[in-house]
Design a protein. Structure first.
Length: 740
């Protein structure tokens, strides 16, 4: 921990000192036992799915009433977070049955699939509704909700959000102070503070945390620190300014995934192994600065103006001693997997001083008009997004196999010097790295949006809207081994959204249609036409949903959906043949059913259940081995459950069980290899009571993956080939919180 602490800038060291002083201050309070605090499961108010997702007008247009929302989404609130336990966003999103990890290894940023489509890290990751850089570590310490919007979100958020949105909501100012201490089974330690104050002139809230990370993957150690400040300031009785500032630094060695053996067999599964980890491996470092402000002004009781500005800037040193490929079969498809006997080539990868920035401006006008017995909720807005990516120091070459300070050929010592069965490998860093100014991209989106949601006399509602988007992209790429690319492209498109909702006593039924357009994909290095950019893809989605809330404490939902778009894939002839071209041909579709239930079942028991059944088909390609197959990494069934039970024998104590089930899913595009299905169970125990006047104590204990079941968490399409990520082994966690 000392090495990480000294690597922090001076502000980070001050943060660690502040945490220690605050801890001493809180612990010095006199401890007198008072009546227990009542521990409750997820309250019924958390059924408001979708609040704040997308943009300010989305909340106005969709509404905050869960029953009337014409879309499918989920909210994971602070009550859920307390029961699931501290962890990454990947851990929390296990509670959404339509969300799947998509290459989220330890130490790296997190990727996701929603309904089998990849969430765009440039446009699909949001904080308080504004776009942020998804290729970064998103902190959870200062977040009060995680929201997902399933399906194309172009109507709400702009082109490029075909999978949907993941939105994190920051905590707002409140009176109080809090200290958190956490520990995990291998010696991971963390400390955090949460201070706040409110008054007539507004309020502030400060969150800060520092962590020493020692995960179960041996060698993937590191550390992180963050500090955030939320400010709310009223101006008169009609206006309020909300601001958020956040700085974080994360430094940790990453745990690369594995590849199939010869393209036909699953490799050994060892979640504690840092494959390719060497003494010369260096951590991946993320430095992140986020700032946003939102000014709201009520013109009268029926109209509001909102202005939003945000900036997220991330600097990254991306480094890895990376296992990839089989030199014995180089030039063929089999060469893009590990060798059949488990051998692999160790590569020295580095992309230093990466810079990514998302700048966003928006103006929104919201009106409510009642006329002839109809209520119109109108939303108009304009927004501008500028997204830049710079990769000035990029290097991808094999490791120095002989450790002799020399590389012997164009690809260095390109030889298979590691083996997954023996867990051994040799090689050192590239002795004379040649860095390239590899990538420079600027994306600008100018958008105008208009929505009208009409509530009819009988309670039914009709929603019509759309977003006009002008998408400009300027790209310069000069990766090693790729042909140089220099191009600019402009696209203009109108993305419509349409829904109708009908009231049926305690239920509502809705139908909806949405579109999205995503930029063309670039052919990966492991393809015959690597570097070529394919055509943009239009995604269309249809939904039919049911909401049922027979009482105040329990709600049910069901959504059937169908989504399709053109299919991008590498057209391979066979494992012994040369690599195929990356093409756009045929169609991929998602036909599925989402079921959910949530609420309290009596005084002591509450539950949250979800299930997604989905067919992810490919059709219309020239490859008979691909047509009709289930799409890569998409299970036919995912289910999860969260049960919380208040223990009558132990006052103010609540036990919880989190269950996840994932059916088998393809690890190759042609379906010749599948990852087996798995169940995972987590147990938690939460105890909360009062100590002294106004002081609260919370103790939490968690056991993740109770039965230590070994499983493959995902088979992401990474670098053009399936990369297998192991699920975490059994892990013990504990936390202590003191609050006033």
């Amino acid at each position: 921990m000392g090495n990480f602490f000294t690597s922090l800038p001076r502000g980070g060291r001050c943060l660690g000192l502040a945490l220690g002083l605050c801890s001493l201050s809180v612990f010095s309070q006199t401890a007198t036992v008072l009546p227990d605090i009542e521990v409750k499961a997820s309250p019924g108010s958390s059924l408001d799915v979708g609040m704040g997702v997308g943009s300010p007008q989305t909340q106005f247009f969709i509404g905050t009433d869960w029953m009337t929302q014409p879309l499918s989404g989920q909210v994971i609130d602070q009550a859920d977070m307390a029961l699931v336990g501290p962890g990454r966003l990947t851990d929390l999103l296990r509670l959404d049955s339509s969300v799947e990890p998509y290459y989220s290894p330890v130490g790296y940023y997190e990727g996701f699939l929603i309904r089998g489509f990849a969430v765009d890290p440039m446009l699909g990751s949001r904080v308080n509704g504004v776009p942020v850089v998804g290729e970064s570590r998103l902190n959870m310490q200062n977040k009060q909700q995680v929201q997902t919007l399933r399906g194309p979100a172009g109507t709400w958020a702009g082109a490029g959000t075909s999978a949907g949105l993941i939105n994190l909501v920051t905590e707002r100012p409140r009176d109080g102070r809090e200290v958190d201490l956490t520990a995990e089974s291998r010696g991971s330690l963390g400390a955090g503070i949460d201070l706040g104050q409110t008054g007539p002139q507004g309020g502030w809230r400060l969150n800060a945390a520092i962590d020493h990370l020692r995960p179960e993957a041996r060698g993937a150690d590191g550390g992180s620190g963050m500090v955030s400040l939320a400010l709310d300031r009223p101006f008169g009785s009609r206006s309020v300014l909300e601001m958020d500032l956040e700085y974080s630094r994360h430094s940790q060695r990453s745990q690369p995934g594995s590849q199939l053996l010869g393209g036909t067999t699953l490799p050994p599964l060892n979640p504690k192994l840092l494959l390719g980890g060497s003494s010369w491996s260096k951590p991946v470092v993320f430095d992140s600065v986020f700032a946003m402000g939102r000014l709201s002004h009520n013109l009268d009781s029926n109209s509001k103006l909102m202005g939003t500005a945000s900036l997220h800037r991330v600097k990254t040193d991306d480094r890895s001693s990376f296992p990839w490929g089989c030199s014995a079969t180089a030039g063929t498809l089999a060469g893009t997997y590990f060798c059949a006997n488990g051998d692999f080539t160790l590569w020295d990868y580095g992309s230093l001083r990466e810079k990514r920035e998302a700048a966003y401006l928006a103006m929104d006008a919201l009106y409510t008009v009642e006329q002839d017995g109809l209520t119109h909720k109108l939303a108009f807005g304009a927004s501008y997004l500028r997204r830049t990516t710079r990769m000035p120091l990029y290097m991808w070459d094999v490791a120095d196999t002989n450790n002799n300070g020399e590389l012997d050929a164009d690809f260095g010592d390109y030889a298979d010097t590691g083996n997954v069965f023996t867990s051994t490998w040799t090689g050192g860093p590239n002795p004379s790295p040649s860095f390239s100014d590899a990538f420079d991209q600027t994306i600008e989106q100018l958008a105008f949006v208009a929505h009208d949601r009409v509530t009819l006399r009988n309670g039914d509602s009709l929603a019509v809207g759309g977003r006009w988007v002008r998408h400009d992209e300027d790209l310069r790429a000069n990766f090693p081994y790729y042909p140089a690319v220099r191009r600019s492209q402009d696209q203009t498109i109108f993305l419509p959204g349409l829904s109708y909702s009908r009231k049926l006593n305690a239920a509502r039924v809705f139908v909806g249609y949405r579109q999205d357009l995503e930029a063309g994909q670039r052919a990966p290095l492991s393809s015959a036409n690597y570097g070529e950019v394919l055509s943009p893809r239009l995604t269309e989605s249809y939904e039919l949903g049911l909401r049922l809330q027979p009482g105040k404490t329990v709600a049910y939902e069901a959504t059937a959906f169908y989504t399709h778009r053109p299919y991008n894939f590498r057209r391979d002839a066979g494992l012994s043949d040369a690599l195929g071209s990356f093409v756009q041909q045929g169609r991929e579709s998602r036909l599925g059913l989402e079921l959910g239930a949530r609420g309290s079942l009596g005084q002591s028991l509450s539950a949250r259940l979800g299930l997604t059944a989905m067919q992810a088909k490919v059709s219309g390609t020239s490859q008979d081995g691909v047509n009709g197959n289930h799409a890569l990494n998409t299970p036919r069934l995912r289910a999860n459950g969260l049960l919380a039970y208040k223990l009558s024998a132990l006052q103010a104590t609540q036990a919880s069980v989190v269950w996840s089930y994932v059916a088998k899913r393809p690890a190759t595009a042609d379906g010749r290899v599948n990852l087996p299905s798995y169940h995972r169970f987590d147990l938690g125990l939460l105890h909360a009571r009062r100590l002294g006047e106004g002081t609260g104590l919370s103790l939490r204990f968690y056991v993740e993956n109770v039965f230590d079941h070994a499983y493959w968490r995902d088979a992401a399409d990474f670098l053009g080939d399936g990369y297998l990520t192991a699920g975490a082994p059994r892990t013990f966690k504990a936390s202590l919180t003191l609050s006033q």
